[in-house]
Design a protein around this ligand. Structure first.
Ligand code: SF4
Length: 194
């Protein structure tokens, strides 16, 4: 059977609607009812892009059970795009067999370190990681800092680069830019080029 593009969209739209109507019992859904009745609300910023939409995390017994757009946030006024609407899945995935929510097993929450030329990752604590980063930055800056170039005062290091992130909010980016400039780092970029 030949299906035109228009017919394909009609068929898939009807199928999706039927799946939602048949498959969802919102009132008895534990996640949905928790969110309405028992949850503590914690506001946050969506980490996916620099629009910085506001979101509300719903927490029950120390566990995140749902996330929605924050209607009081001036940027998005409660709306979230499709990426933001899936924020819960940063933390929670659904077991394909039981359909129960469970902690995302792929989410890294520990520091992993692979030494130069090693093929294995070793678990480290945050204190170790912060100390090591600080030590490496200081060593590299001390070795590479230039006060003058072509007779002009530059006070810079070109041996360190900083790559920003759309997953940071305005204030974090402001502080990072200040920190990098105070170290004399001139190579700064951002993965979304914003
Ligand atoms: S909800 Fe969408 S538009 Fe808003 S910050 Fe997140 S990714 Fe960006």
């Amino acid at each position: 059977m030949k299906v035109t593009r228009r017919e394909f969209f009609k068929l898939t739209g009807v199928a999706a609607l039927a799946a939602v109507v048949v498959g969802c019992d919102w009132e008895n859904d534990p996640v949905f009812s928790h969110r309405l009745e028992d949850a503590k609300e914690v506001t946050t910023i969506c980490p996916y892009c620099s629009c910085g939409c506001g979101a509300i995390c719903y927490v029950v017994g120390g566990k995140l059970v749902s996330v929605s757009g924050d209607p009081d946030h001036p940027i998005n006024e409660g709306a979230l795009c499709s990426k933001g609407a899936s924020l819960l899945n940063l933390n929670t995935v659904y077991n394909l067999r039981t359909h129960d929510p469970e902690l995302n097993p792929n989410r890294l929450d520990k520091v992993l370190y692979r030494a130069p030329y090693s093929q294995t990752w070793v678990e480290k604590n945050w204190r170790w990681a912060m100390d090591r980063i600080a030590k490496k930055v200081k060593e590299t800056r001390d070795e590479s800092f230039e006060r003058q170039a072509d007779g002009i005062t530059v006070n810079r290091t070109k041996a360190i680069a900083h790559l920003g992130s759309a997953a940071l909010d305005n204030e974090e980016n402001y502080l990072l830019a200040k920190l990098m400039r105070s170290l004399g780092i001139v190579n700064m970029d951002h993965h979304a080029r914003l």
